[in-house]
Design a binder for this molecule. Structure first.
Ligand code: FE
Length: 354
């Protein structure tokens, strides 16, 4: 059975992609023993994914080769996937849902879209700070909310923490993405946990005061503005700049990205992309197997590296990310971030973050 496509909705994250594929059809044909072939025919896992990186497919194919379990994949943006799952209810064909950002994972959890699972492998491979303590979702990759600096406008040595972005010296030099970005909601939630509501409020006010221009609708447009010198510093997930540097988004972006210095604030706010087994999964053992594979050191390294994210442990081997240097995790867990989302949005709205 093949999942039918969702209708993509206006996209606030990255470019939408919508595909349904049966990864590993070729691998199935290569399976030599009859019993293996029969097993591959009968076992599958159906995935709704808010990730949209072509590099993910190679990892799903590796999973199929290793296990004989076919991956049926439906990719769209997180909002469309959640809406679809909500609409389908018990009849949903999804076994696994993959979302980006702890805030979205937490929202889906609160809606009861995931079921708790037990797995010794997941306990071992996914640090507690990167998963739901009740086992309803598990981080797969880590992403860092970084400072993108144009050194001809702002000396990178003067911005070392998120708090530095509120310094009066940066007046007219800061660029931010909009409040509706879950990446920023999680960042503000992170600072509320670490520094308390009063300090976080002053920080948001200071940043709003420093804005060079109206807030951006995407990390990519913000990164380009930093490169062009419209802003001296902005806040982006570092994988966007890495992707520009790789040439994946075109030669013009590669030239622009070379004008950006990525600084990891010390300590750094980390977020995750993560997966859970859906509440009404029809293929639960296969779903658990897939999540175990994606979070294992073997499967996870490629999953993270292909999208310029970091694996769950260590800093990975992606040569572009190595150029950005290492980071020190600030210790705020993904589930703490999720629990702060609502309060963070209120704080941002009350203090002028559009
Ligand atoms: Fe993104």
């Amino acid at each position: 059975m093949q999942a039918t496509p969702v209708l993509p909705k206006p996209f606030k994250h990255c470019a939408p992609s919508l595909r349904v594929l049966a990864a590993g059809a070729a691998a199935t044909a290569l399976t030599s023993s009859l019993s293996g072939w029969a097993m591959a025919q009968s076992r599958e896992v159906r995935v709704y994914s808010g990730r949209h990186y072509s590099s993910d497919n190679a990892i799903y194919e590796r999973f199929t080769k290793a296990t004989g379990i076919k991956v049926r994949l439906l990719e769209s943006n997180d909002a469309a996937i959640i809406e679809r799952l909500r609409r389908e209810g018990k009849n949903s064909s999804a076994d696994v849902m993959i979302l980006v950002d702890a805030a979205r994972l937490d929202n889906a959890t609160r809606e009861g879209m995931f079921q708790p699972i037990r797995s010794a492998e997941l306990m071992r491979d996914v640090p507690l700070s990167l998963r739901d303590p009740q086992g309803r979702w598990f981080g797969l990759t880590r992403r860092v909310r970084a400072l993108a600096v144009n050194s001809s406008v702002v000396n990178p040595k003067t911005v070392n923490t998120y708090a530095d972005l509120a310094k009066p010296q940066l007046k007219g030099k800061l660029c931010l993405r909009n409040r509706s970005s879950v990446y920023n909601q999680s960042l503000v939630g992170d600072q509320m946990v670490l520094r308390g509501d009063a300090a976080a409020t002053q920080w948001v006010k200071g940043m709003v005061n420093n804005l060079a221009e109206p807030v951006f609708s995407s990390d990519m447009s913000l990164a380009r503005a930093v490169a062009r010198g419209e802003c001296g510093v902005g806040v982006v997930n570092s994988y966007y700049v890495a992707r520009m540097l790789s040439g994946q988004t075109g030669a013009a972006d590669k030239t622009l990205a070379n004008k950006i210095t990525i600084k990891y604030p010390n300590p750094a706010h980390l977020n995750v992309s993560g997966a859970g087994v859906t509440r009404y999964a029809k293929n639960k053992p296969e779903a658990i197997k897939l999540i175990e594979f994606l979070s294992s050191p073997t499967g996870g390294e490629g999953y993270a590296s292909g999208s310029f994210e970091y694996p769950l442990k260590g800093f990975g081997n992606n040569p572009i990310l190595r150029r950005f240097g290492n980071f020190k995790f600030d210790g705020v867990s993904a589930s703490q971030l999720g629990s702060k989302t609502r309060a963070a949005i209120q704080l941002m709205a009350a203090n002028g973050w559009q």
